[in-house]
Structure formats: structure tokens, C-alpha cells
Write a protein that binds this ligand. Structure first.
Ligand code: GRF
Length: 213
């Protein structure tokens, strides 16, 4: 039996559907990268049976790129401005070169290229800071999400991890966690409370503690 076909020691299937023990996770992020950091830390602590093989950002000044470099993870800035007419192909090439098994969007504000959606069908995940299908879709990112939750008078919000499709925040919902909205919350208060929970939830999800439906 080759190493590649060896069943996972813990009997768990990798997220890429193979029986290998380690999964290579490619993480995409546009800004702060605190979710990326939670994934890196979870892998380093052995809580997530995987490694972050590459980080890609559309934003050259993203803190996510810095975090990746600090952790000695290959990090790439890929945008249309940098690779006119060729950014989709560049992303695809980087994923292939780094043998990505799954793709995780952790605060990535661009759509996935069609070629990546095809190649990684069912293996691309996104984390969104609301209980989808509520407060998702175009324009629903960052503080906008939390402001909309408060404007709607919700008493609870939360986190959703879902598979990625060609439309924003659609795709099969795999896991959700509720987070309370407290009286007097500002959008910033809510954003901070949800983000703190995201860091825990991401590790639970990727470690397999949260059942993937
Ligand atoms: C998170 O709230 C995530 O749900 C959303 O973008 C934010 C990323 O935060 N998709 P950070 O850049 O990882 O700190």
C-alpha cells in the first residue's frame, strides 16, 4: 500500500475525499487574515489534521500575506491589475503547483475563477459572518453584515461555513454556529464577537469535530 493510499490513522477521511492523513489547504484572504491565523495555529497545534500549503490574496497589502510569510507559508498576491487577463490562470497554476487538496476562503472578497470552481468542485469552502441565507450576497461583507443584522432587529446572528459556487454566499450550508446579539451592540461590537467565535469554529470544523453534512 503506498503512502498516498494509506487510510487515515484516525479513520477520518480528508476533506479532499482521499484517505490520506494530511490535507493541503489553500487559503484565500483579502484583509486582516485573523481567520487564516486561526487555521495556521490549528494546524500547527495538531488540532487540524492538515497544513496550509499556500495563501493567495488579491490585495498586496493584506495582513494575511504577512501572516503567511511569518509562518513560512508560500504567499502570493494575485490580481487582475498584476496579471491582466491571466489572473484566473495564475491562481489555478499556484493551486496546482502547491498541490492544494481543498480551498478555504477566509475573508476573500473576490469570486472564485470558473476554472478553480470546476477543478475543486465540492472542495471549496467559505466562512461567512451571519446565519445564511440571511444577510448574504453582494455587498454583504465586513461591517455591512453586522450593521444589517442590527438594523433588522435580530436577537441572534452567527457564522456559516458553506461550499462555494459561482454566486456569493450560496452553496450548500455545511455548518453553522449561533452568536447572540446583545442590547446596545454596535456593528463593531457584533463583528468582534462573531470573529472571536469564528476562530474557534474554524478549527472545530476543519478538525472534523463539526459534522460535515
Ligand atoms: C470574517 O468575518 C469572515 O467571516 C469574513 O471575512 C472576515 C475575515 O476576517 N468572510 P479576517 O480577515 O480573517 O480577520
Amino acid at each position: 500500500m503506498t503512502g498516498e493510499n494509506k487510510p487515515a490513522e484516525n479513520g477520518r477521511r480528508s476533506f479532499d475525499g482521499s484517505n490520506t492523513r494530511m490535507t493541503n489547504i489553500a487559503v484565500f484572504a483579502s484583509h486582516g487574515g485573523s481567520d487564516l491565523q486561526a487555521i495556521i495555529d490549528g494546524c500547527e497545534a495538531g488540532e487540524i489534521p492538515a497544513r496550509v500549503c499556500v495563501v493567495i490574496s488579491n490585495n498586496s497589502t493584506s495582513r494575511a500575506l504577512e501572516r503567511a510569510r511569518t509562518a513560512k507559508i508560500p504567499a502570493f498576491h494575485v490580481s487582475e491589475a498584476k496579471y491582466p487577463g491571466a489572473s484566473d490562470e495564475k491562481i489555478f497554476e499556484i493551486l496546482r503547483e502547491h498541490e492544494a487538496g481543498i480551498v478555504f476562503l477566509a475573508g476573500y472578497l473576490k469570486k472564485m475563477p470558473e476554472n478553480v470552481l470546476r477543478e475543486y468542485a465540492g472542495r471549496i469552502f467559505n466562512i461567512h459572518p451571519s446565519l445564511l441565507p440571511k444577510f448574504g450576497g453582494k455587498g454583504m461583507f465586513g461591517i455591512n453584515v453586522h450593521a444589517a443584522v442590527l438594523a433588522a432587529g435580530e436577537t441572534e446572528t452567527g457564522i456559516t461555513i458553506h461550499r462555494v459556487t459561482s454566486e456569493y454566499d450560496t452553496g450548500e450550508i455545511l455548518a453553522q454556529k449561533k452568536v447572540p446579539v446583545l442590547p446596545g451592540d454596535t456593528p463593531q461590537d457584533l463583528a468582534a464577537r462573531v470573529l472571536e467565535q469564528e476562530h474557534i469554529f474554524l478549527v472545530e470544523f476543519l478538525s472534523g469535530c463539526v459534522t460535515v453534512k
